[in-house]
Design a protein around this ligand. Structure first.
Ligand SMILES: Cc1cc2nc3c(=O)[nH]c(=O)nc-3n(C[C@H](O)[C@H](O)[C@H](O)COP(=O)(O)OP(=O)(O)OC[C@H]3O[C@@H](n4cnc5c(N)ncnc54)[C@H](O)[C@@H]3O)c2cc1C
Length: 477
């Protein structure tokens, strides 16, 4: 980048907010999977909304692309620039202040660069709860969560990031600031711009701050890992547990045997939840804000534990559940969660992986799963079939893992495998992206699954807000 332009950026953010050397910028220019590599003129790290506005005015005048980035944990290459290098990588990491926690309104206003886990910790100090939970919580930022409309582990009870959002502050290309920060639960004043920017993956503007909903802190939890007969039984168990707990299911995750195989291969020290590795399993958690529900009676049972135990007991008698364990301590609970939360890392370490992130109506999950297994086996009988994840909200990561020895020609089969997946998703009226977004990875597929009319409207919205196509081009539309 010409030195004069660099100097202008330095004037906006100071030298501490500017990185230009290859060594300093490398970690920002490759995605979490190491699949995409880009180039940038500079990594720019503003500290205030005014600085973001100035950067956006500078980019507009000089026709420079801006790619917003938070924790760089996204799975769709959305935060990685292209290889042209005429890009400012705008890292929001230094905009990490909590502007306000309003305990009376049950809301908080936070800057985009706040790391998700820090929001859990700060709200917990006030006895409040921010329920967005994902395994990347120590690195991902709320700005990235909003950019992708992240889902995670607790959607079954609290909804996606979009449903947790009350208001936004957004900076547009050119530098105009849209202050839509609001703690209102009801506000029908014109088009819902907030929901337009949530999930727009940095293609419409830069989210600089947000007002998010808070909830009472759960006071008690019960967590169990159960081997279930099949996917149909898992869905039936979910509904039984919802009914028994009064809608208290916080998380409900499907974990097939192949997930356990791949996980224990790479992480042999994680304890195996059950004595034998069941073909299909579920990790479930219920929670209550009533402290009494966690207090054990004379028999050592708490009301919450009784709910989960009785539900599993009845399901065992009915043949839905084949074996189960209930965590008896926080350490045991954490060990069960380690199984689920370490799964993405074990896939990254495998010889080959075909990832996906689909959602389906609950009623379609079982036939979809069975048809997928049969179809995959016909293409490659040796793949590890890791269709797992947030079954509580109909969302599965149907990942296929290749073994170095038995799947040497895996890459050549990926086209057929994805074709099978998308055909089955379409058959059951599902979505090709439940929570990870579109980014660069699924851009071509999006245009295939959406009608020309819908694509036209999306492109018209993009063109009206960002007519020069400088906001994160090559992503989504
Ligand atoms: C181990 C692991 C587990 C995961 N589990 C889940 C899960 O359960 N559920 C789930 O949904 N995702 C999950 N993810 C994916 C990822 O963590 C989420 O997509 C997360 O929301 C990304 O946040 P980030 O701050 O890292 O965003 P980035 O990766 O930096 O960016 C993601 C997208 O958002 C845009 N963006 C970032 N910040 C802004 C901003 N301030 N304004 C506008 N656009 C912006 C970027 O341009 C990009 O398009 C997981 C990732 C890992 C590594």
């Amino acid at each position: 980048m010409p030195e004069a332009l660099i100097n202008q950026l330095a004037d906006i953010v100071g030298n501490a907010g500017l990185r230009t050397g290859n060594d300093d910028t490398a970690s920002f220019l490759t995605d979490w999977h190491g699949q995409y590599h880009g180039q940038a003129l500079a990594v720019v790290m503003p500290e205030t909304t005014a600085q973001v506005a100035n950067i956006m005015a500078f980019a507009d005048v000089n026709d420079i692309v801006v790619v917003p980035q938070g924790g760089n944990t996204g799975f769709m290459g959305g935060a990685t620039p292209d290889a042209d290098g005429r890009t400012i990588l705008l890292s929001l990491r230094r905009m990490n202040r909590i502007r306000e926690i309003d305990a009376t309104n049950m809301s908080m206003t936070v800057e985009a660069g706040c790391v998700l886990q820090s929001l859990h910790e700060e709200t917990e100090k006030q006895g409040l709860y921010f329920p967005l939970k994902l395994a990347a919580k120590g690195s991902c930022t709320i700005g990235g969560n909003l950019g992708t409309n992240a889902g995670g582990l607790n959607v079954v009870r609290y909804g996606t990031t979009r449903e947790l959002t009350l208001g936004l502050e957004v900076v547009l290309m050119g530098g105009r600031v849209l202050n839509m920060l609001s703690g209102l639960r009801k506000d029908n004043t014109g088009y819902d711009l907030r929901n337009l920017f949530v999930g727009s993956e940095g293609t419409l503007g830069v989210i600089t701050a947000a007002t998010m909903k808070l909830f009472p802190q759960p006071a008690a939890r019960a967590t169990a890992f159960a081997e279930v007969r099949d996917v149909e039984a898992a869905v039936a168990l979910l509904h039984r547990l919802q009914a028994a707990s009064g809608g208290g299911v916080e998380a409900f995750e499907l974990i097939p045997a192949d997930i356990l195989h791949v996980l224990f291969h790479h992480f042999p020290n994680i304890p195996q939840p059950l004595a034998t590795r069941g073909k299909m399993n579920v990790l479930m958690e219920i929670a209550s804000t009533n402290p009494a529900s966690g207090i054990a009676d004379d028999t050592g049972q708490s009301p919450l534990r009784t709910i989960i135990e009785e539900t599993l007991g009845a399901a065992l008698e009915d043949g839905l559940v084949l074996d189960a364990t209930i965590a008896a301590s926080e350490a045991q609970r954490q060990a069960l969660w380690d199984v689920r939360e370490t799964a993405p890392e074990s896939h990254k370490m495998s010889a080959g992986v075909a990832r996906s992130d689909i959602s389906l109506p609950q009623s379609a999950l079982a036939p979809f799963y069975d048809e997928m297994v049969a179809g995959i086996r016909a293409i490659d009988p040796n793949l590890w079939i890791c269709g797992y994840g947030h079954i509580g909200d109909g969302n599965l990561h149907f990942n296929l893992i290749a073994d170095e020895k038995s799947n040497a020609d895996f890459d050549s089969k990926k086209v057929d495998l994805y074709e099978l997946l998308y055909e089955k998703v379409a058959k059951y009226n599902g979505s090709i992206s439940a929570e990870h977004g579109i980014g660069q990875t699924k851009r071509a597929q999006l245009a295939k699954v959406k009608s020309p009319e819908i694509m036209d409207v999306m492109r018209a919205i993009k063109a009206s807000i960002d007519p020069k196509n400088l906001m994160n081009p090559g992503k989504v539309v």
